[in-house]
Design a protein around this ligand. Structure first.
Ligand code: PMV
Length: 337
């Protein structure tokens, strides 16, 4: 027995994209412009408990012990509305969510957050969904959450482009990617824990609407994905890293060319990127990727992780550095009542 209808708790971990999701073709359904591919981490889980409150007139959402309001509350309520509509149950709910991500670490807490919420809410409302359906559901909360339903490496399909919205919705979900044993680590360098100036939603839309570099990047990203799948199958971590780094730098180039420019990379980001180049010059395979913030995640062999972490720490003395490995998919916790 997995959870009890009416109440359920789930855990999910963040993921970091090696082939980036950047740009939507449908804002409401959260359909992306490109396929993306990520590694789910074994650090910073989010634990979320949903229980139905049939007597209540509204949803209550408590994030890290504080009642959510404004945009954060609105997103969770909109997500619960979707679940209620599918389940045919109108009850409001109480949601408790605990993030272990250091505040503002820029570590895709919306991915772990909406993956955990999807699994817990589906169970609490009595929806019997398989992993594919959960991925599709999590996508509606935050695109990258679709990938955190799965552990290890996962690809999120942009989905069918021609035909009905329903067909597009059905076909846009993540699934595990076959990979040889890479024994990878991701060294996470938090160089700035402050909140981002521009949300990824706004930045994506502006990039798609105004950047002359967006289409070329989207086209090249297709080739990157093909090469990435081959590199993962071959267990070639140098190729995996090279493709990931160029895909991420290309994504940031699209934003820099947006009007007005969106620039998430800071001086500290570039200092860490220099240290990654020095590591490679010294024969250590290490490759960087950055998301909608200045923090850097460095892909390397697990055997090299301590050395990479030290180099990155020296480069960003004010920041904090930790080593992550591939982690598990989202799951319901037992013993909930
Ligand atoms: O899922 P969102 O809307 O937070 O977008 C995430 C976008 C990136 O983190 C920059 C890239 C990705 O694929 O995760």
């Amino acid at each position: 027995e997995w959870g009890t209808a009416g109440c359920a708790t789930a855990v999910a971990h963040p993921n970091i994209a090696l082939i980036k999701y950047w740009g939507k073709r449908d804002e409401h359904l959260v359909l992306p412009r490109v396929d993306s591919l990520s590694m789910t981490l074994d650090v910073f889980p989010t634990t979320t408990r949903v229980h139905l409150a049939p007597e209540a007139g509204h949803d209550t959402v408590v994030l890290d012990g504080r009642q959510a309001e404004g945009e954060a509350l609105r997103r969770v309520v909109a997500f619960l509305d979707l679940v209620r509509e599918r389940a045919g149950v109108a009850d409001r709910a109480v949601v408790h969510s605990e993030n272990t991500v250091p505040t503002g670490a820029g570590l895709a807490s919306s991915a772990s957050g909406f993956a955990a919420l999807a699994v817990a809410a589906a169970a609490a409302y009595g929806l019997d969904l398989d992993a594919t359906a959960l991925s599709r559901l999590a996508r509606r909360g935050s695109g990258s959450a679709s990938r955190s339903i799965f552990g290890g490496f996962a690809v999120w399909h942009a989905g069918l482009d021609a035909g009905s919205a329903a067909a597009a919705d059905l076909s846009s979900h993540a699934e595990p990617v076959p990979a040889a044993d890479l024994d990878p680590a991701l060294v996470v360098a938090v160089v700035d824990a402050g909140p981002k100036a521009v949300s990824s939603r706004v930045a994506m839309r502006r990039t798609v609407d105004t950047s002359p570099l967006y289409e070329p990047w989207a086209v090249s990203s297709k080739d990157d994905l093909v090469e990435m799948r081959a590199a993962l199958l071959a267990g070639d971590i140098e190729a995996v890293g090279e493709i990931a780094e160029r895909n991420a730098l290309g994504m940031h180039a699209t934003m820099l060319a947006a009007r007005p420019a969106v620039r998430y990379l800071s001086p500290a980001t570039l200092t860490v990127l220099d240290s990654v180049l020095r590591l490679r010059r010294d024969g250590v395979p290490a490759y960087a990727t950055m998301d909608a913030g200045p923090n850097v995640k460095v892909l390397c062999r697990r055997a090299d992780a301590d050395r990479v972490a030290e180099a990155v720490r020296d480069a960003a003395p004010g920041g904090s550095v930790l080593v992550a490995a591939p982690g598990p998919g989202a799951r319901l916790l037992r013993g909930d009542g």
